[in-house]
Ligand binder design. Sequence first.
Ligand code: AMP
Length: 598
Amino acid sequence: MAVDSAISSPLGPPACEKDAKALRFIEEMTRNADSVQERVLSDILTQNSQTEYLRRFKLNGVTDRDSFKSKLPVITYENLQPEIQRIANGDRSAILSAHPISEFLTSSGTSAGERKLMPTIKEELDRRQLLYSLLMPVMNLYVPGLDKGKGLYFLFVKSETRTPGGLLARPVLTSYYKSEHFKTRPYDPYNVYTSPNEAILCPDSFQSMYTQMLCGLQDRHQVLRVGAVFASGLLRAIRFLQLNWPQLSQDIETGTLNQKVTDPSLRECMGKILKPDPELARFVRHECSKESWEGIITRIWPNTKYLDVIVTGAMAQYIPTLDYYSGGLPKACTMYASSECYFGLNLNPMCKPSEVSYTIMPNMAYFEFLPHDPNSAGFTRDSPPKLVDLVDVEIGKEYELVITTYAGLCRYRVGDILRVTGFHNSAPQFHFVRRKNVLLSIDSDKTDEAELQKAVENASRLLREFNTSVVEYTSYADTKTIPGHYVIYWELLVKDAANSPTDDVLKQCCLAMEESMNSVYRQGRVADNSIGPLEIRVVKNGTFEELMDYAISRGASINQYKVPRCVNFTPIMELLDSRVVSTHFSPALPHWTPERRR
Ligand code: AMP
């Protein structure tokens, strides 16, 4: 029931007093976006005025936007690497931030094959928590009654390491789930999860998934929303159910927990939750043993009102599969965030995925926007970029996001390209267009063109003794399999047909490519099981020439034609697949350990 209209919000009638406060906060921030931004920059520059970084650029204590923009360069991660390495090695002086660096957040963006290390400070946890606290109040405007049931969310922690200087390095969500903010969150009837903390916090991904699924099945009638952070994660959970429903239903029938779950605190916690329920076990067996899994989500969790998963950006490739398993339930993309900073939220979360726009919250950091011209080669020393402030972006234009954070990143290029779709009050709303330089992505992995090129080079060394070379290649992220996998099309030049590479050699080429991929890819393969074995499809000689002919027939210039290093246009896929002469899969897992190589 909505609270009385005296506290109604322009966004809609809040569901409760707490929501009213959150919606008022959103209104206040978005109405005063420019002054909030001015204050945020001034706060950051005041707080960090004595850091080595700001002193280097002789800001001399001034905090206004013009001085800041004229004195500080726009940078990328690579520019900051020396400072980050010093912090990682244990230098505790105020290099980037006046506040002590509390830990490193390991981004899924990589540098030289390893996850980028983002320094963070304690108070950033509060800022992230604040953004989280706005999500349900917005959702409650669109979906009533979420306090009458639970959310089945598949949430996981990942492995963490320590830097040589002793700081923790772990993904931002692992940091959040392990924080007191999450572990001791007050009871909120609108935000009750089926998964106990012990299951979410179990570092073993099988045990964690198994128990979260078990709890979700047991509470099946209470589940009102089903989610994971990214679409790929929810599909992995469905795949897990496909593989493990016999054991899960056995546990439900008897009220005992499978011996594969060994974590003592998890066993103890599940012991209190599990109750024998033969009727439910029969139901799960009946549904899961049907040949078709179409609509399985709504069959098992019939009261689900929406899926809570990000399906924007690289995750859009999973929309058809999610629709298949859920009978087309709405897919809510609630927030836009990164290891560097949490950016904003979707004020209309039940909209179609193609219409999702994120409203950047001006209190999170100081935001600038680098106009993005897809046809330009970039900016040069002689023509420095003209960055635009948050409130000055123009509808329809594309920009690269540049942030200045409390933790000490200054004018840092995030690498995301956003298009302005409108405004809420004076705060712009953005469609996530894409991340720069990402060719292939299945889960949180991001492989760029240079990485793919290197992987092909490394793998093709194995062909030398067969007097064979790779003359052309392209790639494709195949998400029809669960988990999805990389497909690399190779056209080979075999000089000695009597000694051509065998299936075994080409399998080893698949593995060699996987070994060359960045650590996020290898972690997805080894620890998270979120990426399947890489596949090489060898195509007939002349296939890539046909590809060029096709492109030219559709208007490409012969002089400027370049082989696309990634394809997903159906006619091109069909052409390539019709020319495949053999397929080969990686026969083993590549190497991966939580420790960084450098
Ligand atoms: P990470 O640093 O590993 O947390 O990755 C952050 C990146 O994930 C962002 O910079 C985006 O490229 C991507 N991302 C995060 N949220 C979204 C979203 N809602 N839609 C599309 N891409 C997103």
